[in-house]
Design a protein around this ligand. Structure first.
Ligand SMILES: Nc1ncnc2c1ncn2[C@@H]1O[C@H](COP(=O)(O)OP(=O)(O)O)[C@@H](O)[C@H]1O
Ligand SMILES: [Mg+2]
Length: 405
C-alpha cells in the first residue's frame, strides 16, 4: 500500500501530540508538522508532496479560508478540518470550503485514521475520474430535464420514470441519466435490477469538487444505456442532501446528458424542489381513480398557486383500462388539463417485469404498454424539435416550500 502523507497544520501543541501519537503506529501514514500559519502551510505544500492536511478550524482565525486556499491552489490534496464543536452550519461551511471531513476534537484514534484514509481515497478517486475522461457522445446543447412527479404514491412514478428513461436511451442512442430523488423510499435501482455501489449520499459528500467526470463516476450503467444515480440506502444521510446540492447535481448532469429523468417522492419538499424548478417537463402521473384524481387536482392547484409555468406540466394517465368507469375524458374534465400520454394497465406483464428487474419496454417491446412509452418518447422528441426552432419558456425560480396536501 502507498504511504499517505499527512500534514498537521496549526493545531495547538497538546492536540498535535495526541494526533501524532495516534498516527505514529499506522504503517501506511507518515506525518509532518511545523506549519502553523496560513503562509507556512501554503509554502509547505509548494515545497513537498502532501496527500492530506489536517487543518485547525481556528488557524489564523479562520481555518475554512485556509481550506479554500488549499483546495484551489493544490488540487489533489484532501483537507480535514479539526473543530472544537459541531455547530449547525459547520458541515455546510466545511463542504463549501472544500473539506473532505470535519472531526471534532477529542476523537478516537480509529476515527482519525478512518477519516484520513477515506479522504485520501475520495481525492484519489476524483483525480482518476479526471484522467479517464469518458467519451461523450451527447448530441447537442443542454440536456432536457424530465421530472416525474405526483403527490400520490403507488400511481407508477417509478415505473414511468424507469421505462421512459430506458425508451429514451434506446432511441437514437440518447445519453440518459436517471436520478432517483425519492430519498427515503427510492427503488429505481430495484426496478433496473441494479445493486448500487454508490448512491446520491456519496455524491453529496463530494459536492464541492463535483464536476461532470466525478459525478459520472458515481452513476451506475444499466444495459439499456441509462446511467442511474441511485437513492441512498442509509436514510440518515438524507439530512445532508439539500436543495443547493440537488440543484447543482441536476445542472451538471444537464451538461453531460441529453436527458435527465428524475424519479420523485410523492410530496413537495425543499431538498427535491430544484428538480421541479429546473424541469423542462414536469410529468404528473395520475391513474383513473377518484382518490388519485382528487390528489392530482390539488397538486395542480398548488403548482398554479406557486405560478409554476403551466406549459411545463404534462399529465400522464397511467394504468388505463378500457373497462374502467372513469374514462380519459372524465379525467381531463376533472383536472381541467389535457392528458399528454396514456399508459395502459398490464398487471401480469408489469409484475413479471418487476420480478425479473427488466423494464417492460425491454421485456416486451411490442406489448401495448411498451407502445405507450414509444408514443410518449416520440411526443417528447418532436416537441423538443419544435422548441428548438422557437424559444424555450422561462423557468419559475420561486421556491416551492414545504407544501403539503
Ligand atoms: N401501467 C401499469 N400496469 C400495471 N401495474 C403498474 C403500472 N404502472 C405501475 N404499476 C405497478 O404499480 C405499483 C406502484 O408503482 P410505482 O412506480 O412504484 O409507483 P410510485 O413510484 O408512484 O409510488 C408497482 O407495483 C408497479 O409495478
Ligand atoms: Mg416511486
Amino acid at each position: 500500500m502507498e504511504m499517505i502523507k499527512v500534514l498537521v497544520a496549526g493545531v495547538q501543541q497538546e492536540k498535535k501530540e495526541d494526533i501524532l501519537e495516534a498516527l505514529a503506529n499506522v504503517e501506511y501514514i507518515s506525518t509532518t508538522d511545523g506549519a502553523d500559519s496560513f503562509d507556512q502551510v501554503l509554502a509547505m505544500l509548494e515545497a513537498r508532496h502532501v496527500d492530506v492536511v489536517l487543518v485547525n478550524a481556528y488557524i489564523n482565525g479562520n481555518g475554512y479560508k485556509l481550506t479554500e486556499a488549499i483546495v484551489n491552489q493544490h488540487p489533489g490534496v484532501a483537507v480535514i478540518i479539526i473543530e472544537q464543536e459541531l455547530e449547525e452550519d459547520t458541515m455546510r461551511a466545511a463542504l463549501f470550503a472544500g473539506a473532505k471531513d470535519v472531526l471534532v476534537y477529542p476523537f478516537a484514534p480509529a476515527k482519525l485514521v478512518d477519516s484520513i484514509y477515506r479522504s485520501y481515497q475520495a481525492e484519489r478517486k476524483r483525480r482518476m475520474a479526471h484522467h479517464e475522461k469518458p467519451v461523450k457522445t451527447k448530441q447537442s446543447g443542454r440536456g432536457q430535464v424530465i421530472t416525474v412527479f405526483g403527490t400520490k404514491g403507488g400511481v407508477g412514478k417509478t415505473f414511468v420514470a424507469t421505462n421512459l428513461a430506458v425508451s429514451l436511451a434506446q432511441k437514437n442512442k440518447n445519453r440518459v441519466a436517471l436520478v432517483d430523488l425519492d430519498l427515503d423510499f427510492g427503488n429505481a435501482a430495484l426496478a433496473l435490477n441494479i445493486i448500487p455501489q454508490f448512491t446520491i449520499a456519496d455524491v453529496v459528500n463530494e459536492v464541492t469538487s463535483l464536476d461532470q467526470d466525478l459525478l459520472e463516476s458515481y452513476l451506475i450503467p444499466h444495459n439499456s444505456g441509462v446511467k442511474l444515480l441511485a437513492a441512498n440506502a442509509e436514510p440518515q444521510m438524507t439530512e445532508f442532501i439539500n436543495a443547493d446540492y440537488v440543484g447543482m447535481l441536476i445542472r451538471i448532469l444537464q451538461d453531460a446528458f441529453d436527458y435527465v429523468v428524475v424519479d420523485m417522492p410523492a410530496r413537495f419538499y425543499d431538498p427535491v424542489d430544484p428538480a421541479i424548478q429546473e424541469a423542462d417537463t414536469l410529468m404528473l402521473v395520475a391513474t383513473p381513480e377518484v382518490v388519485t384524481l382528487r390528489n392530482i387536482k390539488s397538486c395542480l392547484n398548488t403548482l398554479s398557486m406557486l405560478k409554476y409555468p403551466p406549459n411545463k406540466t404534462k399529465v400522464i394517465l397511467n394504468k388505463t383500462d378500457s373497462r374502467s368507469e372513469i374514462k380519459p375524458r372524465d379525467v381531463e374534465t376533472t383536472l381541467n388539463a389535457r392528458i399528454y400520454a396514456d399508459i395502459p394497465a398490464d398487471y401480469r406483464l408489469v409484475s413479471s417485469s418487476m420480478n425479473q428487474g427488466i423494464p417492460v419496454v425491454m421485456l416486451a417491446a411490442k406489448a401495448k404498454i411498451s407502445r405507450g412509452f414509444d408514443d410518449l418518447v416520440s411526443k417528447i422528441i418532436n416537441e423538443q424539435k419544435a422548441w428548438q426552432s422557437g424559444s424555450p419558456g422561462t423557468g419559475n425560480k420561486k421556491k416551492l416550500q414545504e407544501v403539503s396536501n
